[in-house]
Design a protein around this ligand. Sequence first.
Ligand code: SF4
Ligand code: SF4
Length: 350
Amino acid sequence: MNKSEVIHAWARILAGRAPSLSIEITKECPLRCAGCYAFDAAHLGGGTPLRELSDFKGDELVSRVLALIDERKPLHVSLVGGDPLVRHRELELLLPLIESRGVHTQVVTSAFRVIPKEWKKFKKLNVVVSVDGLQPEHDARRKPATYERVLQNIKDARVTIHCTITSQIADVPGYLDEFLRFWTSQREVAKVWFSIFTPQRGAANLEILTVAQRARIIEDLQQLRLRYPALDMPEALLREMAVPPRSPDQCIFARTTETISADLRTAITPCQFGGDPDCSRCGCIASMALAAVGHHRVLGKLTAGHIFMASDRVGKGWRSAVNALSSQPRSSTIPSPLKVLQPKFQTKVQ
Ligand code: SF4
Ligand code: SF4
């Protein structure tokens, strides 16, 4: 993010709106990965599961997604699913239209289908391909999006590889090193990210890392980032993985990202995992990246996180007041918080 984008993000927060929007553009996925949170019964709060939600296709999906973006005005949109490449025709229409609005887009996919090399022309697009470990483990979990197929489907494209570390791979010596050696030698791969598997509270998935495994993995990543520049995980981010946010309330990522499911109405809370995620065992790279920003000292003991929490409270208070007043006559005269702050705000940023 550059300086003007940070200021825009802050403006969105002060206005009581999330600067980041994540949309499950389809409920469909050809894969059945073990431990997938999108199809977990808890994902939508224990009510209707994702596969039973109504979703959209064709022009209707395109126009509804654009309407949502135009209404929420985020700075960053993640298009997820299911697998968003199930709606590849709609994506072809959406990507240039989102880019033309100056919005950053992230498409998160298993690459079960070709990622067009033409997408490299989008300067604000990041295509994230999920790879679950080395070939034997990955192929067993992610058929039909096997290594062979992923390599074919990313040919000549530009992608970020994202791997979620599970307990099954955490104890294998040299595993992450071998993974990085393989993927960073593919010319299509611009960056590699790792997350650590995040369970629901009280869950007993095989994928959950023990405390000792987690500590060892973080230590390994601290070493590996020095050897693989494409491993895009700064030291400050890895420090946050050792002490994740205590609750969704303490999680800047959850508080700055609005997540909407495939019917384009249902909100997923408190974060993209839905349900009741175990923050104490969270390993989500996005959450840790924003936590690292939050711990950045701005002045003395004052951190960016202190400023964010205060701004978020002001913004949410402001939005509730606007919502309450908008049912009253003459609501159109309510100014935005930034208009109120503008003279002071401009002096500060010039
Ligand atoms: S590809 Fe993603 S959405 Fe589909 S089953 Fe696997 S983890 Fe879930
Ligand atoms: S992203 Fe992680 S820390 Fe943030 S609310 Fe979700 S589980 Fe908790």
